[in-house]
Structures are given as C-alpha cells and as structure tokens.
Write a new protein. Structure first.
Length: 183
C-alpha cells in the first residue's frame, strides 16, 4: 500500500488547515463574541458545509484549534525538558519555554486551558524527587509550584495588563521557583 495521499485526502487536509488558520485569526481579532461560523467561513474562503464536515460544529473547530496549540506547547516543553540534566535546569527550561511560547504566540496562548498539565513533567520530575534533588513534596504540589506562577504571569500578560514583562519574568521566576522546590 502506498504512503501517498490521494488528492481528495490532500484537499481535505488543506481545507482543515485553512479553517484552523482562519479560526485563529478571527478569534484573535474578534474575541469569543465575534467568533462565529460566518466570520470563520468568510475569513477562510471555505464553505459552511466543509466546516461542519471537518469539525462537526464551531465548538469542534475551537476545540481542535486549542488542541493544536496545546500540543505544540507540550512538544516544546518536552523538548526543553529532554535537554535538562538537573532538576534546577529543568525548572528553568519549563519556565522560560512556557513564557517564550506565550510571548511568541499570544493569540494562540489565549486558547490554552487555564491548567495545561504537563504529562512529560511527571515522568521527568518524579525521579528527581526520589533522588533528593527536589523537596519531597507530592507531585501535584510540585507541578503547582512550578506552573502556578508561570500560568499566572502568562494570563496576566494575555489579559492586556501591561505591567508584566515576560522576558523579565523568564529571568526572575526560575530561581524563585527553584527556592521553593530545592531540598
């Protein structure tokens, strides 16, 4: 069996991508109130029927869009963690990668769930707790101590409050977070 896609399948993927890209533009420009079927189909040039065929509903499209960007964030965080040899450098990598993602993808970051758990984080951090590199705290508390401040700063920045410098936060937060987790 060939790994080549058939033209109809390729067109379907292109259509879905057009809808997802247009959905992000509409959501960014118009917010939740202006995120309508008509606005997305107009921005994408794709028919209403195609939107429903690929995503089932406007909520399905929004869900797929949020999942697309959450997957991208999680991939970036997993890559950053993979390159970290110590608990301290891992904490720094998580904080800096998350805040850089928010800085570089502001519109998409608004779609992320308030609590974007990190599956790779648990697998990475548990051995470091067991080895004594981190305070012996339950994993959910460690995750909250790391992600709570990061998500809070990101949400504040995304809300339009102009008193948060994400680059400064990326410099300062890792050491502050580390102090709360060091053994």
């Amino acid at each position: 069996m060939s790994t080549k896609q058939r033209p109809k399948q390729q067109r379907g993927e292109v259509t879905a991508e057009l809808l997802l890209d247009a959905a992000l533009r509409v959501y960014a420009a118009e917010g939740e109130q202006g995120f309508t079927v008509n606005a997305v189909t107009k921005a994408s040039g794709v028919s209403l029927g195609s939107l429903y065929h690929h995503f089932g509903s406007l909520d399905g499209l929004l869900s797929a869009l949020a999942q697309r960007w959450l997957d991208r964030l999680l991939d970036e965080l997993a890559t950053a963690l993979a390159g970290s040899r110590t608990a301290r450098t891992g904490i720094r990598a998580i904080v800096r990668t998350y805040l850089a993602f928010v800085r570089d993808h502001r519109d998409a970051a608004r779609l992320l769930p308030r609590e974007a758990g990190l599956p790779a984080f648990a697998h990475w951090i548990q051995p470091r707790i067991e080895a004594g590199e981190l305070a012996p705290l339950p994993l959910p508390l460690v995750e909250s101590l790391v992600l709570g401040p990061v998500i809070g700063v990101a949400r504040r920045s995304l809300s339009g409050v102009d008193d948060v410098d994400l680059d400064e936060a990326a410099r300062l937060l890792p050491d502050r977070i580390w102090r709360s987790l060091s053994p």
